[in-house]
Design a protein. Structure first.
Length: 225
């Protein structure tokens, strides 16, 4: 396994330096920088090019979610894990939405933390066990809410497909517009037809016009955030 370069960002000096010393004892990990706030972390990422950033979820001077977004925007290859001392599902979900690929409790045992860093550095998504169930529950709740609120239970992507289809777009045009493969468009259309129990795209266009779903979708899109 190659050495994983880690940047630590935490305004609590005792915790940060203690963690740095523990990680530096590991052959698979090299701490390349320590930062005291979010703004510094954003700058140091550009200088040190770490594989993994460990950032406190309540870091000072820059909201941690904002720091994650900026780091991912400027250095998309960097993997980021939030460090937290509480089991807050809203903060967890916000971190994942921002682009974090890890959410780790600060009281995690050193061996488990090292393993998590190695997994995150190699492209895995890691959430501390006490939080993983909450994350799954949150996503399940969102999917249920989405299904209940979306026209005919269609997903957001399926709604985009229906809208473009109703405008007369071909599979190729839909693929180009949505930046997906034509085969993916075909899969979406197949799923939509199965959900609505229709046989072909002509029936689908007639259905959405008859049910007013196209108008409903358009109105939803035009509403301000």
């Amino acid at each position: 396994m190659h050495e994983i370069k880690v940047l630590l960002a935490d305004d609590k000096e005792v915790f940060r330096e203690g963690l740095a010393r523990l990680l530096e004892e590991e052959e698979s990990i090299k701490v390349v920088a320590q930062c005291v706030n979010g703004e510094q972390a954003i700058e140091k990422v550009k200088e040190t090019k770490p594989d993994v950033v460990l950032i406190d979820n309540n870091i000072s001077e820059c909201d941690s979610s904002k720091a994650v977004r900026e780091i991912k925007e400027k250095s998309p290859e960097v993997r980021i894990a939030m460090l937290t001392d509480c089991e807050n599902e809203e903060e967890l979900f916000s971190a994942i939405e921002s682009g974090a690929t890890g959410y780790l409790l600060k009281d995690t045992k050193v061996g488990e933390l090292v393993k998590s860093i190695e997994l995150i550095g190699n492209g895995e998504i890691v959430v501390s066990p006490p939080l993983s169930e909450k994350l799954i529950g949150k996503f399940a709740s969102m999917r249920k809410k989405e299904a209940e609120s979306s026209p005919a239970g269609l997903t957001e992507r399926e709604i985009e497909i229906v809208r473009l289809l109703a405008k007369g777009a071909t599979n190729k045009e839909m693929a180009e517009k949505l930046f997906i493969a034509q085969n993916t468009v075909k899969v979406h259309l197949k799923n939509i037809l199965e959900k609505l129990q229709l046989r072909n795209r002509q029936q689908l266009v007639a259905y959405v016009v008859q049910k007013g779903l196209v108008t409903e979708i358009m109105e939803t899109e035009e509403q301000p955030d």
